[in-house]
Design a binder for this molecule. Structure first.
Ligand SMILES: [Zn+2]
Length: 501
């Protein structure tokens, strides 16, 4: 650390979430289409994995410290990151860090589930290279998405990690504030943070909007407040669509120089998660039952989540299984938001609003997403720049076309579909209003999201149905065709801890 009271801190971000089963490769352009900010060009508003930058500006301004900003990038989840994109973004940050030396700390915004062509652990690789540059005594830390892989390489290279506690991730700014508070206390000598981890040897999905995870998260917060030695507690949920050797659920406990205490708490909490294995996931139904239940509801709108065709988890978002079932059961008062099909959008754009025409759309990206729909349609609304809100940020999904499905006599059958060009998870009912659909006036809203939709849709939904339809996403870790994931985690084996005996 520098001898003076003023500190120099380097901050940067490099993030995406890689579904290694997705056929969509992420290149540099995909990062730039989602989010890219050159040094100093990051907007004042945080994005999911870049919150350490705007939060760091405020902290350093208050302290009179120097913040040196590196580049920040985020690509919407899809498949592998191209080798060129990965190495380019990594080396950009490393070059900026070298130019910034000497520094007292390196603070990074990572997601933690990136996989690149030729590199199975890009975040571990980045952290290790950062450590090589700054040496053993400079503080290195990062904020993580809990849907990440906590590899041994990362733990060895960094001093500590703070992950979002909530899923939906409503707290990414709050956790960046926590991370920076630890940075300040460490650099000013008030604490000596030590990170303890525990491997739960399982993989599961942990929505914090429901039990048992809600109480678990509340207890994590309580521990940070009541145990004087505990500085921070994070649960790494893991990301089951990432076929990497160290995929799985882990606990992180940061203590003030009390490693044994931290390890004991991490193990206790980790064993709690393990004891509740299989109980965290929201109960789901297949498309037949879900459409029937939605049609039987007396009140609307029923929100029917096509939970596994979630572009936020790296799928294309073009599955048609639920839509075909809605047509088969003659559902009416339905709005589907969205089905990804840039070619169909282009055809609608060419035809113009009001055009009636045959259209083939959907289910072109991958097997197990259903079959394309062939229908007579009317182009109702077109938008070159459709976007929805997500918390304080804005998510583009256009160019987009709202189409109404017609019967053989040319009458509308009561199902409207929003076709989109930029893949986007259905975060918020504003995606419907953007295309002229009043979500409150619908009987059934079909959306593509696993759980991030919950915060914004729950207040308007008469009922929420989680529908597991087709298999666009590797959603069953017991049977997913993994090549690299270790075999000795639940549910690949019944009890990995018993096997040690
Ligand atoms: Zn996540």
């Amino acid at each position: 650390m520098t001898a003076t009271d003023t500190k120099r801190i380097f901050v940067a971000a490099m993030a995406t979430e890689t579904n290694t089963f997705s056929p969509i490769v992420i290149d540099r352009l995909a990062f730039e289409a989602s989010f890219y900010a050159a040094p100093g060009a990051h907007p004042a508003t945080a994005t999911l994995c870049t919150a350490p930058i705007p939060v760091g500006r405020k902290v350093c301004a208050d302290k009179g410290w120097t913040l040196i900003e590196g580049s920040a990038s985020w690509a919407d989840p899809a498949g592998l990151v191209s080798g060129a994109a990965h190495v380019g973004l990594r080396d950009e940050i490393l070059t900026q860090l070298k130019a910034a030396m000497p520094v007292d700390a390196v603070v990074l915004g990572l997601h933690g589930a990136m996989v690149a062509q030729g590199c199975i652990d890009p975040e571990g690789d980045l952290l290790a290279r950062v450590r090589d540059i700054v040496g053993p005594d400079v503080l290195v830390c990062a904020e993580l998405d809990p849907h990440s892989h906590l590899t041994a390489k990362r733990v060895a290279a960094a001093d500590f990690f703070v992950a979002f506690k909530e899923f939906p991730h409503t707290d990414f700014v709050d956790r960046a504030v926590d991370l920076w508070a630890l940075v300040v206390d460490t650099l000013e000598g008030r604490i000596k943070p030590v990170m303890s981890t525990y491997d739960c040897r399982m993989i599961d999905v942990f929505p914090t909007s429901r039990e048992p995870m809600r109480s678990f998260v509340d207890r994590m917060f309580a521990l940070e407040k009541t145990d004087a030695q505990v500085l921070s507690v994070s649960a790494i949920h893991g990301f089951m669509a990432g076929d990497v050797p160290e995929m799985g659920t882990k606990m992180i406990v940061i203590t003030d120089d009390a490693a044994a205490h931290g390890e004991a708490i991490a193990e206790r909490l980790g064993q709690e998660l393990f004891a509740n294995r299989g109980k965290h996931m929201m109960p789901s139904m297949d498309e037949h039952a879900a459409v029937r239940a939605a049609m039987d509801a007396t009140d609307g709108p029923v929100v029917l989540s096509d939970m596994w065709d979630n572009p936020g988890g790296g799928t294309a978002g073009d599955a048609t299984v639920v839509l075909k079932e809605l047509i088969a059961q003659k559902a009416t008062g339905v709005a589907v938001g969205t089905i990804w099909d840039p070619i169909a959008v282009q055809l609608c754009m060419a035809a113009g609003e009001g055009a009636v025409m045959p259209l083939r759309f959907g289910a072109k990206s991958a097997p197990l997403t259903g079959d394309p729909v062939d229908a007579m349609i009317k182009v109702v609304t077109l938008s070159e720049t459709a976007e929805m809100v997500f918390g304080e940020s804005v998510v583009p999904f256009g160019p987009a076309a709202r189409i109404a499905l017609l019967d053989t006599d040319g009458n509308e059958i009561g199902i409207d579909v929003i076709l989109n060009t930029v893949r986007a998870q259905s975060y918020d009912p504003s995606l419907f209003t953007a295309m002229g659909i009043d979500p409150l006036a619908q009987k059934i809203l079909v959306i593509k999201s696993t759980n991030h939709f919950y915060a914004a849709f729950a207040p308007i939904a008469s009922e929420i149905l989680y529908c597991s339809a087709g298999k666009p996403y590797p959603n069953d870790p017991a049977t997913n065709p993994y090549r690299f994931v270790r075999p000795d985690i639940w549910p690949r084996v019944e009890n990995p801890f018993m096997q040690d005996d």
